[in-house]
Design a protein around this ligand. Structure first.
Ligand code: HEC
Length: 703
């Protein structure tokens, strides 16, 4: 299987190891300090933090590449990341060196002009940790500060590397590693403090943001996002206030609320803003039986950057029951609204509404849906609360709605151009089914949503299921945040497209799920340029200069949660190759075109199981396996498609993998603690049924 080939490639990459191949740099590496970061806007040749500046606008004033010449943009260089898992990194570039991350939290330093590898660091994350990652084993990038490169690893460490060599300077564990915490976000550095959150709100964690001393990794402050055990003293007043909005024993599971991606910083007020995730479990009634807002889930929170002290919060989805989160890009801007200058923070939230919030007070200025939204009629301008459409969080029966847990906008970073006054946001229309799960019991370390999202049981009509799947859309929307309306849109083939970059050259760059990297006229939306990347191009693009020449870079690669869960939406044949692609005017390099991997569909064993056993196996599969092996057992090709596995016809071989842990070092952990032999057999029976159906569908239609 393709797995073997990839293991070969990965081994070859690992052989290069943490060897320093560079060492002949003309200046100090990653020479970034407070003055340089605060004035990043005046240093457009470098991209020194995740969203380029503390305002996280992902706007670069660089204009050498512009609407008049972008059609001569060509490949400068590419770098193969030797992974078949998701690539979500935003490259950082300082003084001619690029720092990127890849799956399993690997870090690479590259010559930004040539793509030559300078060094590589592998934190050697145990592959078993992949089981705690809801959304693939991805990483969104590093932070740099005074000669060091900082990465948050999937297993919860914060590692500081020597920027010249990639050698470890120090490493601290930032989470209780006995709990299913992970880290996928890029750290941010403010005045010598490394700011870092975590993920895990499907599995059993209590979210928090921490500030570490960039010099030695000492913990300076920590702000929890949800209250802990109310019988113990609260950490602060914010937790005491939050606890009044919960009921029951939420703290036994952790509560969730993990701040897993976005951050922005306002030097004027010294406020650090970050977004928090969904509740644990998703269904509010299963975590807080008497309802309540469940602060500070699915919220934007502002704290003092020096002390971590609470300043304000704005909750986008009170009592979230849909996995909406509020972790999407936070973009700071100074806008003129109703004739008055306003200091705002903006978010295009997963819940479908575009929020413009006063960033000094946390008060709502305006909110408007940017795609069709069926769960709420709008946002109340006074309270800032969504006006829900009376289904009482699917209490009245199963519901199918827009948006879904995939979000109207997810982690794919949006950008804002102060030149056009428009926000460029990767939006999508992906419906979701939600129903209560009457059999839910908290299962530590497993997928704990307490929500039935299975379209096979809700809605029961197979035509409705097909219609829903076919209704999925993806688009790039240019949004006017002052008028709260769309200026233009580019329609894509499907959902789950890339982050955006806006430039002083009047351009917007965005990758697409179908393997392209495109440039548009920022004011009008006219498509101006497109290149084949031969892989889903989802990361945040960025731009920089070396020797006065402008480059545009983006990470590409399949993986990422959509290709794990929603394999049905991708065509089987995705070339699995993570990479960084970099373009310049007149670039003439060629991107190796990977062979399309078309997996054969071997004839499956005969289905002799009873429908009851198949149904039981299906439900067990949904609980334990779906998150990696795909909805309806259809894989996007990143993790094996079990319908095609010879092991479904081999009870002993199947058991050796599923219960015996035979492939644990490849990321397939043992489920012996959760499942009995009979459960594994039921799953196998379901997989045979799914294979029989899939095989029949894969045969060329008879004339
Ligand atoms: C955290 C992600 C994850 C989860 C959850 C998961 N798997 Fe896997 N599984 C993998 C990966 C990764 C591989 C590929 C391992 C390799 O490279 O050999 C795999 C491989 C397998 C294989 C071997 C397929 C083949 O032909 O090589 C079987 C069988 C399997 N999984 C069954 C299951 C079952 C059954 C469940 C649920 C009880 C499950 N898996 C849950 C990640 C997962």
């Amino acid at each position: 299987m393709s797995g073997l080939r990839w293991r070969g490639l990965l081994a070859a990459a690992a052989a290069v190891g943490a060897l320093a191949l560079g060492g002949c740099q003309p200046h100090k590496a990653a020479d970034v300090d407070a003055a340089r970061l605060t004035n990043a806007d005046k240093d457009p040749g470098d991209w020194m933090s995740h969203g380029r500046t503390y305002a996280e606008q992902r706007y670069s004033p660089l204009d050498k590449i512009n609407a008049a010449n972008v059609n001569t943009l060509g490949l400068a260089w590419s770098f193969q990341l030797a992974t078949n898992r998701g690539v979500e990194t935003t490259p950082i570039v300082v003084d001619g060196t690029m720092y990127v991350t890849s799956a399993w939290s690997l870090v690479y330093a590259l010559d930004a002009k040539t793509g030559k590898l300078l060094w590589q660091y592998d934190p050697k994350v145990s592959r078993a940790i992949g089981h705690n990652a809801c959304c693939d084993v991805v990483n969104r990038g590093v932070a740099v500060w005074k000669g060091r490169v900082y990465v948050g690893t999937l297993d919860g460490r914060l590692v500081a590397l020597d920027a010249r060599t990639g050698a470890v300077d120090w490493s601290v564990v930032t989470v209780d590693q006995s709990k299913p915490y992970t880290i996928t976000m890029a750290p941010r550095i403010i005045k010598g403090k490394v700011m870092l959150g975590n993920s895990g709100s499907e599995y059993g964690v209590r979210g928090y943001v921490s500030a570490y001393d960039a010099d030695d990794g000492r913990l300076i402050w920590r702000f929890f996002t949800v209250p802990g055990d109310p019988s113990k003293p609260f950490e602060n007043k914010a937790m005491e206030a939050a606890a009044k909005t919960w009921s029951g024993d939420w703290w036994k599971f952790g509560g969730g609320g993990s701040p897993w991606d976005s951050m922005a910083y306002d030097p004027e007020t010294n406020l650090l803003m970050f977004g928090t995730g969904n509740g644990l479990p998703w269904d509010e009634k299963a975590r807080s039986p008497n309802g309540g807002d469940n602060l500070y889930l699915s919220s934007i929170i502002a704290v003092d950057a020096d002390t971590g002290q609470y300043a304000w919060h704005f909750q986008t989805t009170p009592g979230d029951s849909w996995d909406f989160d509020s972790t999407q890009t936070l973009t700071l801007a100074d806008l003129t609204i109703d004739g008055k200058p306003r200091k705002v923070v903006m978010q295009a939230a997963k819940n479908g509404f575009f929020y413009v919030i006063d960033r000094t007070t946390g008060k709502l200025i305006s909110a408007k849906n940017f795609v069709p939204v069926t769960w709420a009629r709008g946002v109340d301008p006074v309270s800032g609360r969504p006006i829900e459409i009376g289904d009482d969080h699917y209490r009245n029966g199963p519901t199918v709605m827009f948006p879904s847990s995939f979000g109207a906008h997810n982690w794919h970073p949006m950008s804002f151009s102060p030149k056009t006054g428009l926000v460029y946001l990767p939006a999508q229309e992906v419906p979701g089914a939600y129903g209560t799960d009457p059999k839910f019991a908290y299962d530590p370390g497993q997928w704990n949503t307490a929500t039935n999202t299975d379209l096979n049981t809700l809605p029961p009509d197979p035509k409705a299921k097909a219609a829903m799947i076919n209704s999925m859309k993806g688009e790039l929307i240019a949004w006017d945040p002052v008028a709260q309306k769309e200026a233009w849109r580019a329609v894509h083939k499907g959902p789950w497209n890339g982050g955006t970059l806006a430039t002083g050259g009047g351009l917007v760059f965005q990758g697409t799920a179908d393997g392209h990297f495109n440039a548009y006229d920022a004011a009008k939306g006219t498509p101006l340029w497109s290149a084949d990347t031969y892989a889903a191009t989802l990361s945040g693009p960025m731009t920089y200069t070396v020797g006065g020449e402008q480059y545009v870079a983006v990470g590409a690669g399949f993986g990422s949660v959509f290709y794990l869960v929603a394999g049905f939406a991708t065509d089987n044949g995705n070339p699995l190759n993570g990479k960084i692609v970099v373009y310049k005017l007149g670039g003439a390099a060629t991107l190796p075109k990977p062979p399309l991997i078309r997996l054969p569909f071997p004839k499956p064993p005969e289905n002799t199981a009873s429908p009851a056993l198949v149904a039981q196996g299906h439900s067990t599969f949904n609980h334990y396996c779906l998150v990696c092996h795909g909805y309806d057992a259809i894989s996007g090709g990143v993790i094996p498609d079990l319908r095609r596995s010879p092991l479904i016809g081999d009870a002993a071989g199947f058991k050796a993998v599923v219960l015996g842990g035979e492939r644990k070092d490849q990321g397939m952990v043992s489920f012996a603690a959760e499942l009995k032999d009979a459960d594994a057999e039921a799953i196998r029976a379901y997989l045979i049924k799914a294979a029989v159906d899939g095989y029949a569908e894969a045969q060329p239609a008879k004339k």
